[in-house]
Design a protein. Structure first.
Length: 326
């Protein structure tokens, strides 16, 4: 019998796919019909993803939980209009695809709980379990009205032992260059451990200066996050200039000093920015977790052009990140 498995089930009323490894007592669950969101990552039965409002709230309002994809932009834009590659767009504030923050700014892209993902492949053996899902962005006129750059997006989810990895491939599907400014918003937690006691290490060397709306001003400053207990420290900050290992990966560590339980979140070299977010005014829910958000570009890149990745027809952009429980 193979050590890794893939099973189908129903979670919160939605069809889900679970990748598991019996040897490592690790399993992760994704929901293809709700934006390919990762709704669970369990290690020895402990849930490592913040659930916040759960799948129903995510489906109804786009309120993030677990591991949501933020595409075609991560974080937020400073206004409802942008111009990229000679194309000017005015976002419809009434569009059901658009989600806005407390200041009315567009946030988290257009694909929250999006239902048109198609499972391409799935397989499991002794080495790993793998699930691949594809979205044809250009097939939806409503999506193209807000982001007129046809492309396909592929998510490759792999569980190998304890390690969950997510690779994203973006490819233009028409004779138009595509800007890439996506990211993910994983909420992480150490269940059974007071959050103030979580030991955190973050490999960042510069912090973007943000205005009162959370939009980068164009300036940055040197910074070091002191390794140690989270305590009463709070974050809602964008960072760059990441410290990387010889494998090119930068790693954020969360640990319980008492039991040595914890997890590591790694990003490859395509993710040059990280947002750390310790919660909003919902202490009974969101302050149980911390979001460590990989981003390919800084917030508001569609409006500033800063570090914006552009893909010509025929090119592809592949990025990867992952979580390793310990």
């Amino acid at each position: 019998m193979a050590k890794h498995h893939i099973t189908d089930s129903i979670t919160g009323g939605y069809p889900t796919v679970t990748l598991s490894c019996a040897d490592s007592a690790t399993e992760t669950t994704f929901v293809p019909t709700l934006g390919m969101i990762g709704c669970s990552l369990r290690h020895h039965g402990a849930e490592l993803l913040g659930q916040r409002g759960g799948l129903q709230t995510y489906a109804q309002r786009g309120s993030t939980m677990g591991i949501p994809l933020l595409h075609p932009w991560a974080n937020r834009l400073s206004g409802l209009a942008y111009t990229v590659g000679g194309r000017s767009v005015r976002l419809d504030p009434q569009s059901p695809l658009l989600h806005r923050d407390a200041n009315g700014l567009p946030m988290h892209g257009l694909l929250a709980a999006y239902r048109s993902w198609r499972i391409a492949t799935r397989a499991a053996d002794d080495d790993h379990a793998h699930l691949s899902a594809v979205l044809d962005f250009g097939a939806d006129a409503a999506l193209l009205a807000a982001f007129p750059f046809p492309h396909t997006l592929t998510l490759d989810v792999t569980l190998r032992g304890t390690e969950l990895s997510i690779a994203t491939t973006l490819q233009p599907s028409a004779d138009v260059a595509v800007p890439a400014s996506f990211g993910f918003h994983p909420y992480l937690q150490l269940p059974g451990v007071a959050r103030a006691n979580w030991h955190i290490e973050a490999p960042v060397r510069r912090r973007l200066r943000l205005d009162a709306r959370g939009i980068p001003t164009g300036e940055s400053e040197p910074v070091a996050i002191e390794p140690g207990a989270l305590g009463d420290r709070t974050f809602d900050d964008a960072f760059t200039d990441l410290v990387r290992g010889v494998d090119g990966r930068a790693r954020v560590e969360l640990r319980d000093p008492g039991s040595r339980a914890g997890l590591s979140l790694w990003v490859d070299e395509s993710y040059r920015y990280l947002q750390l977010f310790t919660g909003d005014p919902l202490p009974d829910v969101s302050r149980r977790s911390i979001a460590v958000e990989p981003m390919t570009c800084p917030p508001n890149a569609f409006r500033t052009g800063e570090d914006l990745v552009r893909l010509e027809p025929g090119e592809s952009f592949v990025s990867a990140w992952g979580i390793v429980p310990a």
